[in-house]
Design a protein around this ligand. Structure first.
Ligand code: SF4
Length: 240
């Protein structure tokens, strides 16, 4: 029997998994908000937004009870769920660069999967993964999170992203809005930068306040992004 190739062996790499589930993609992404997608939620995050009161607490930590799942198994589960688009999220997926993430993205890409990856802005996505990742959705942290200091330098981030990727800001208050607006205005003067989205933080920011400020300030390069899964399933019951 022939030995396993280096690539096959790589697919035995294991990633800490919270859940795999089909849903609608409630965030901005290149395939369009509301597109059916199979979510792979990995465990483990290097940040603690809002003092750990983040909206995906199940993805924060890897514990001894967190299942470690091989890339082969992850791909098989996505295929069994009839996935055509996959959203890799967390936690922070880019923590697993060199530890199986590239192998997973390559394996999904080779099956013709459209892939978006949601990432927290602290790690610049590597250029080598561009052929497999259709859309990076980078959640650049605003002051209310307490994690702006952990963000990768903005210039490095915008240089690494394409015009089809997203730089997203979740806005909880007026200070967050002023912070995000300043970046949006600066980015608006540079051709080829990623698309920019502002999301109202659920429970904290009235959507109308944010929309009206975007209109008042004529932020023509900003896309208003209501995280529609939080409207459809406000208690998170859409995740199965
Ligand atoms: S980056 Fe995301 S998962 Fe990590 S603490 Fe912040 S909101 Fe939670």
């Amino acid at each position: 029997m022939a030995g396993r190739t280096g690539q096959d062996a790589g697919r035995e790499e294991k990633l800490p998994l919270v859940s795999i589930f089909p849903s609608i993609d409630g965030e901005v992404n290149s395939a369009g908000q509301g597109t059916l997608s199979t979510f792979i939620r990995l465990a483990g995050c290097n940040l603690r937004c809002w003092g750990g009161r983040c909206d995906t607490p199940q993805g924060l930590s890897v514990t001894e009870n967190t299942p470690r799942v091989s890339v082969d198994d992850l791909v098989a589960r996505v295929v069994a769920l009839a996935g055509r688009k996959t959203t890799v999220t967390g936690g922070e997926p880019l923590l697993y660069l060199g530890k199986g993430l590239e192998t997973l993205l390559r394996a999904l890409g080779e099956r013709g999967m459209r892939i978006s990856v949601e990432t927290n802005g602290s790690i610049v996505p590597p250029v080598e993964l561009r052929p497999f990742v259709e859309c990076w959705v980078v959640d650049h942290k605003c002051p209310s999170t307490g994690e702006t200091g952990a963000m990768a330098p903005l210039e490095r981030m915008t240089t690494a992203l394409r015009a089809t990727d997203y730089l997203k800001f979740v806005i909880a208050d007026a200070e967050d809005y002023a912070f995000a607006k300043d970046i949006a205005l600066r980015c608006g003067r540079v051709p080829g930068v990623p698309r920019i989205a502002f999301s109202p933080k659920a429970d904290d920011m009235p959507p109308a306040w944010l929309a009206e400020n975007i209109i008042r300030d004529r932020l023509h390069n900003v896309q208003f992004n209501l995280q529609i899964h939080k409207t459809v399933w406000p208690a998170g019951e859409g995740e199965v």
